[in-house]
Design a protein around this ligand. Structure first.
Ligand code: FES
Length: 561
C-alpha cells in the first residue's frame, strides 16, 4: 500500500477540497513523526481506556505496549487513541448509564479515524459490552483484548477476591461477626493487583462472552492482568490485527445467531452474570441476530453449570485460567456447540477445539457435561403479572428453599430509601417478606446494580442470609441470593412494579418460570389511574438517555442505534 493509497482509502477530514485535506493530513502526521514509509503500512488503531478513575485498567499501558509490539513485528503501524473509561466503582449513579455513550463514542471514533483494523482494550464491567456493541456495526475488523482479572489475596489465612467476598465480608460486618477495625483491614485485602474482579462477575463473564463469540483470540478471557500470559496474548492480538487489516473478517459476520447460541451455552455453563443478558441482547440487537430474552431460558435450561467459580462455586479466575480457561470449557461443551463458527482467529471453532485437551481430573475447576457441578438452568427468565415482558433470576446463586415463595411485599421507592430503612433496627420486616425496589430501571435511574438489596440489619443479626427481592434494577455479577431482576417494563415506563403496595402478596415460582402480583385486575386498574409520571432530567446525557433508552428485555440500548 502506498502513501497515496493511505490518502485515497481512508476517510479524510472534509474541507471541501479532498487533495488539500490529504495534504494537510500528511503535514500534521509529519509533525507527529510519521513518514511515508510509516504511512504505507496497515494502520492498526488501539483504543486506550486507561484512567485514574478506573483501577481495574491499571495494567492497560503495559498491555498497549505489547499490542504495539505485535503490530510492529507484523509490519503494521500502531496508532493509539483514547476513549472514555468506565470504572464500575467510581461512576455515579451507575456505569450502566454510560455504556451506550462509550459504545457510541467507540463506534464513531472507529468510523471517523483513518485505520484499517482496531484493537479494543477493555476490562471493567461496561467497557467490553460497549466495545462489542461498537464492533457489531464496524466496517473494519475489530479484535478485543482485555486487561485480565486480578490475582487473589488472603486475609487472616482466608483466600479473598473481589467482589463476591467484598459482599460476604460486608454481610458479616452487618451481622456483627466482624468488628469495625477488622472490616477496615479486609478493605485493603480484597483487590490488590491490577485487573478486573477475579470471580465470575460481569467483567469475567463479558470477557468470556467476547472469547465465546469469537471477537477475541482463543485463551484471552482468563490470563490474570499481572502475568506474562496476558502480555503474550496482547502481543498475539497485535499481530493478528495486522493480518485482519490485510484480510478483513468483520464482527458483523462473526456475530451470527449461532454465535450467540454458542455464547449463551457458555454463559450458562460458567454461571455467568445476569448482566450478560442485557449486554448480549444489546449486541445482538445491533448485529441483527435472532436472539431475545426467551432464548436465554430456552438454552440455559438445557446446559448445566460446569465451572466452580464464585459466586456459584468456590474458585477464582486464576484457577480457571490454570485449568485451561474458556477453550477447555468450550471443549467440554463441544457436542452442543456450532463448530463451524469462525471468529477473529480465522479458523473454525472445530479446528481450534481439536487442539485443546479436555478438562483433566487433575483439576477441580471445570467439570464435564456427564458430571456437572450444578443443575441446568443457572439463569432463568420469568414472566407473569409483575413482569409481562420478562424478568431474570440467577438460580445458581439463589437459595433452593426460596425458589417457590409467596410473601407480602415491602416496597421501596428508591435504593436510598431502602438503604435507610434496612439499617433501622425497628424496621417491621420478617424473613417471609418480599423486598420490592422500583424506580431503578433504565429510564428512571440508568439501571443501577441495586437489585441485590441487603438483608435488613435486624434479620441479618438473627442469622437470616437470604430473602426474595424483586426489582427493575440489575445486580452485580458478584452478588448472590434469591433476587429477581430486570422486571420489564420498568416502573417508570408504567410497568406493574409501579402498582405494588406494602402487604400485597407476591408469588415467585422459578420451576414454572413465573413472578406474579396476587392483586385483582380491578384493583390494579384503579391504582394505575393514580400513577404519576416520573420527573426526567432537565438536560444533558441523562435526558437524552431517558428519551431514547429501550427496556431491559431489549438490551437497554438507545432506540436510534
Ligand atoms: Fe472493575 Fe469489578 S470493579 S471489574
Amino acid at each position: 500500500m502506498s502513501t497515496d493509497d493511505f490518502k485515497k482509502n481512508k476517510r479524510v477530514t472534509s474541507y471541501g477540497d479532498e487533495n488539500f485535506s490529504n495534504f494537510l493530513r500528511g503535514a500534521f502526521l509529519s509533525a507527529a513523526g510519521y513518514d511515508r514509509q510509516d504511512l504505507s503500512r496497515p494502520i492498526v488503531g488501539i483504543a486506550d481506556l486507561r484512567s485514574d478513575f478506573n483501577p481495574c485498567h491499571r495494567g492497560v499501558p503495559e498491555i498497549i505496549e505489547h499490542v504495539k509490539r505485535g503490530v510492529l513485528e507484523s509490519g503494521g503501524l500502531p496508532m493509539v487513541f483514547p476513549t472514555m473509561s468506565l470504572g464500575e466503582t467510581l461512576l455515579s449513579p451507575t456505569s450502566m448509564l454510560f455504556r451506550n455513550l462509550l459504545a457510541m463514542e467507540t463506534e464513531e471514533l472507529i468510523r471517523a479515524q483513518p485505520m484499517d483494523s482496531v484493537v479494543l482494550i477493555g476490562g471493567c464491567d461496561k467497557t467490553v459490552p460497549a466495545q462489542m456493541m461498537a464492533a457489531a456495526v464496524s466496517e473494519i475488523p475489530v479484535i478485543l483484548e482485555v486487561t485480565g482479572p486480578m490475582i487473589t489475596n488472603s486475609w487472616k489465612g482466608e483466600r479473598l477476591g473481589a467482589c463476591t467476598d467484598c459482599r460476604r465480608m460486608w454481610s458479616k460486618y452487618r451481622a456483627g461477626e466482624l468488628t469495625k477495625s477488622e472490616i477496615e483491614s479486609v478493605e485493603g485485602s480484597l483487590a490488590t493487583t491490577s485487573g478486573t474482579c477475579m470471580v465470575m462477575g460481569t467483567a469475567s463473564t463479558m470477557a468470556s462472552m467476547a472469547e465465546a463469540l469469537g471477537l477475541m483470540l482463543p485463551g484471552g478471557a482468563t490470563p490474570p492482568s499481572p502475568t506474562g500470559n496476558r502480555l503474550r496474548h496482547a502481543t498475539a492480538t497485535g499481530r493478528r490485527a495486522v493480518e485482519l487489516a490485510k484480510n478483513p473478517i468483520l464482527a458483523k459476520d462473526i456475530l451470527t445467531t449461532k454465535a450467540f447460541h454458542n455464547a449463551i451455552k457458555v454463559l450458562a455453563a460458567i454461571g455467568g452474570s445476569t448482566n450478560a443478558i442485557v449486554h448480549l441482547l444489546a449486541i445482538a440487537g445491533r448485529a441483527k441476530a435472532d436472539v431475545n430474552l426467551k432464548t436465554f431460558d430456552d438454552i440455559a435450561s438445557k446446559i448445566p453449570l460446569l465451572l466452580n467459580l464464585k459466586p456459584s462455586g468456590q474458585k477464582y479466575m486464576e484457577d480457571f485460567d490454570q485449568a485451561g480457561g474458556v477453550p477447555v470449557l468450550m471443549k467440554e461443551l463441544e457436542s452442543v456447540l456450532d463448530l463451524d463458527h469462525v471468529g477473529v482467529a480465522g479458523t473454525p471453532l472445530r479446528e481450534i477445539l481439536s487442539k485443546v485437551e479436555p478438562a483433566g481430573s487433575w483439576q477441580d475447576v471445570i467439570t464435564t457435561l456427564d458430571e456437572p457441578l450444578g443443575a441446568s438452568g443457572a439463569l432463568a427468565v420469568l414472566y407473569g403479572s409483575l413482569a409481562p415482558k420478562g424478568a431474570v433470576i440467577k438460580t445458581s446463586a439463589a437459595s433452593k428453599e426460596l425458589m417457590q415463595h409467596t410473601g407480602p411485599a415491602i416496597v421501596f421507592e428508591s435504593a436510598a430509601e431502602a438503604s435507610l430503612k434496612l439499617d433501622d433496627p425497628n424496621f417491621d420486616v420478617t424473613a417471609d417478606h418480599v423486598l420490592v425496589l422500583r424506580n431503578s430501571g433504565p429510564i428512571a435511574a440508568g439501571m443501577p446494580e441495586a437489585g441485590s438489596l441487603p438483608i435488613p440489619k435486624k434479620l441479618a443479626l438473627q442469622g437470616v442470609k437470604d430473602m426474595v427481592r424483586v426489582s427493575d434494577a440489575r445486580m452485580s455479577g458478584t452478588s448472590y441470593g434469591t433476587v429477581v431482576l430486570h422486571c420489564s417494563p420498568e416502573s417508570a415506563a408504567g410497568g406493574p412494579l409501579a402498582l405494588v403496595r406494602d402487604g400485597d402478596l407476591i408469588q415467585l415460582d422459578v420451576a414454572n418460570r413465573t413472578i406474579n402480583l396476587l392483586v385483582s385486575e380491578e384493583e390494579l386498574s384503579k391504582r394505575e389511574k393514580e400513577l404519576k409520571p416520573i420527573q426526567k432530567a432537565e438536560r444533558g446525557w441523562f435526558r437524552l438517555y431517558q428519551e431514547h433508552v429501550t427496556q431491559a428485555h431489549l438490551g437497554a440500548d438507545m432506540d436510534f442505534l
